[in-house]
Design a protein around this ligand. Structure first.
Ligand code: MFK
Length: 566
């Protein structure tokens, strides 16, 4: 019997090899920027398979350790991280992954370039993308609501390209009393000698090695009374260490043992009078911190599609090397079907995510002649509407497809040191942190109700579709027009029904709007003369499915479901 030796899948330059990203950017980015951007991304595309991936490997192999006591018995709560993890910090600063979004050197295209870089970086970053997400979210929040001092100190650190000056931020919301239900927060903020100090436990603090954090706490009045619910929550800025290097009056109870993301130091902490500075007005904490998590949710989507592409690239490469039943597995019809369907869903996720990069870029660097032909208020409302959708849609797809594509590797994909099983464990996080699929579906309802944004969304989609004149795509364009009308009809009908009916369809609503947006992006791309070669075939296959996928759900159905699970 021959030895069991298989040819490993390999990666080549992750930008040069990405036909979709390259053709998308060629279409969207003005020519004057292209040379510089393409050279930068190409060099970075090589680094992510060379030195950066070695840093990630080191970080994965040497997970963080909590050293609670020194040899003399003193409580120190030191977190030991690997060389690789520290190098990833340096590279993130030097490659300006956060900074690009703020220096605006590429005007309204800055976010698109930043997202391209993050998308290339994430799968080789051992989840250093997570501290970067919170760093960007904190920068955005401080830019919007911070006082001059925070803008002159924290903001400059968060957006620095000097590794010595670059800070990362954490986001401290989750508590034992309620992860998604932030209104149950128990941490209190007490004014002592005119200064805010925080007391309580935060249960899931990602990136505990960050320099600063933004945290929610319930403010006490002079009589020690608090207001219940989210109206009693305020937002605080915290520096994690004092000038002496000691922790700012908090203890690290433990590092979390998680299913994946094991290079990332996530901690449970106890705040024992942590010095903090109030941001904004008391009682507006949830509203203010939403400007942070609306950015981290976009990072979630960008990193999810980066991870999706990595799994798909490895699976396709391996399929062209592995023989079974006398031929390469990429010649078996069933496998061809699976890979093609994954590729089509990947294109959908890509276009959905990169369309939002165009929207946020146009909103942040507003010009009247923006490519979306919308005013700034309309752009903000569409951004608010699509943020939960792009997060939940891409997360769910990467979770499902990572599981499916693992089968391409069969037993090897289940072996720990293949690296494939780690992708499976890691990618599961995308649909959990930063709001689960259900929480985000409900957030979509919040956005739809508050801003009446469906009509603006419809306007954007119609404007885009009306510009597509390619006759070969006529049927697909028509299908999107019909889907949007159908979604609107059902949504309006459910708005008049019992609240539980609207809640019950909110997830389907989110995926349907996601399908419509993705199809529009794919059609726009396919119709362009510079599109990637197979773009027309891809969107045709995508459009074979029902774009509006809202299942019937009413009181009777709810009762029968209750009966089923009783
Ligand atoms: C690799 C990239 C990954 C990055 C990961 C980083 C790792 C971080 C790990 C974590 O920390 S995970 C923790 C994640 N936790 C969450 O995402 C919380 C999930 N729960 C929710 O999102 C709930 O919907 C929410 C806490 C927001 C509900 O809170 P409330 O207080 O019940 O909401 P309410 O009362 O409806 O809204 C309060 C105000 O906030 C309202 O404004 P007004 O007072 O003006 O009316 C809302 O409109 C506003 N608001 C809520 N959500 C908003 C928002 N505004 C804008 N955008 C939103 N998304």
């Amino acid at each position: 019997m021959k030895d069991f030796v298989q040819t490993m899948p390999i990666l080549i330059n992750q930008f040069d090899d990405d036909k979709l990203l390259k053709s998308f950017l060629t279409i969207k980015i003005p020519e004057e920027y292209q040379k510089e951007i393409f050279a930068n991304l190409s060099a970075f595309g090589q680094r992510v398979i060379e030195d950066i991936s070695l840093m990630a490997k080191d970080a994965e192999e040497n997970p963080p350790q909590l050293i609670q006591f020194d040899c003399w018995g003193n409580r120190i709560d030191d977190i030991k991280t690997s060389r690789g993890w520290k190098d990833l910090h340096r590279v993130s600063a030097e490659e300006e992954i956060v900074r690009i979004g703020y220096d605006k050197n590429f005007a309204q295209y800055s976010r698109m370039i930043q997202f391209s870089k993050l998308y290339l970086f994430h799968p080789s970053s051992a989840f250093y993308s997570c501290p970067l997400a919170m760093t960007d979210g904190a920068a955005k929040l401080i830019e919007l609501y911070g006082n001059e001092q925070l803008k002159l100190k924290a903001f400059l650190h968060l957006t620095s390209n000097d590794p010595e000056k670059f800070w990362t931020s954490a986001q401290w919301m989750t508590e034992k009393s309620g992860g998604s239900d932030v209104s149950a927060t128990e941490t209190v903020a007490r004014k002592i000698d005119g200064k805010w100090k925080l007391f309580g436990t935060k249960w899931f603090c990602s990136a505990i090695t960050a320099h600063m954090a933004l945290a929610l706490a319930r403010t006490e009045d002079e009589a020690g009374q608090t207001i219940a619910g989210s109206k009693g929550l305020s937002l605080f800025y915290i520096e994690l260490r004092k000038d002496t290097g000691e922790l700012n009056h908090f203890e690290i109870i433990r590092l979390k043992e998680k299913l994946g993301t094991n290079a990332l130091p996530t901690a449970e902490i106890k705040l024992n009078g942590t010095d903090a500075e109030l941001i904004g007005i008391e009682g507006e904490g949830v509203k203010l911190i939403s400007s942070m998590f609306n950015i981290t949710r976009l990072y979630n989507a960008v990193t999810a599609i980066g991870a999706f592409r990595r799994v798909l690239t490895l699976a396709k490469d391996y399929s062209g090397k592995r023989k079974a039943f006398k031929k390469l597995i990429n010649q078996h019809p069933l496998n061809i079907r699976i890979l093609a369907k994954a590729q089509v869903d990947f294109h959908a996720c890509f276009h959905l995510t990169f369309l939002i990069s165009e929207i946020i870029g146009s909103e942040e660097v507003f010009t009247k002649d923006n490519s979306l032909n919308l005013n700034q208020e309309e752009l903000s409302k569409i951004l608010r509407l699509l943020t939960p959708i792009v997060k939940l849609y891409t997360a769910k797809k990467v979770v499902i497809w990572t599981s499916e594509l693992l089968e391409v590797f069969a037993g090897v994909g289940y072996i720990e040191n293949s690296g494939i099983s780690r992708l499976y464990r890691d990618n599961q996080v995308f649909s959990i942190w930063e709001g689960t699929t259900n929480v985000l579906s409900l957030d979509l309802l919040r956005a739809l109700r508050k801003d009446n944004s469906f009509s603006i969304f419809k306007k954007m989609i119609f404007q885009k579709l009306e510009l597509i004149k390619t006759s070969v795509l006529r049927a697909e364009v028509k299908k999107v027009f019909m889907a949007i009308e159908e979604v609107e009809r059902i949504f309006e009908q459910k708005m008049k029904a019992d609240e539980s009916e609207l809640e019950g369809i909110s997830r389907d609503l989110a995926f349907s709007i996601g399908n419509i947006t993705a199809a529009t992006g794919m059609l726009e791309h396919a119709a362009h003369e510079n599109s990637s070669k197979n773009a027309i075939t891809v969107v045709k296959i995508f459009s074979e499915r029902n774009l509006c996928q809202i299942e019937t759900f009413d009181q009777e159905k709810l009762e029968s479901f209750q009966d089923v699970i009783a």
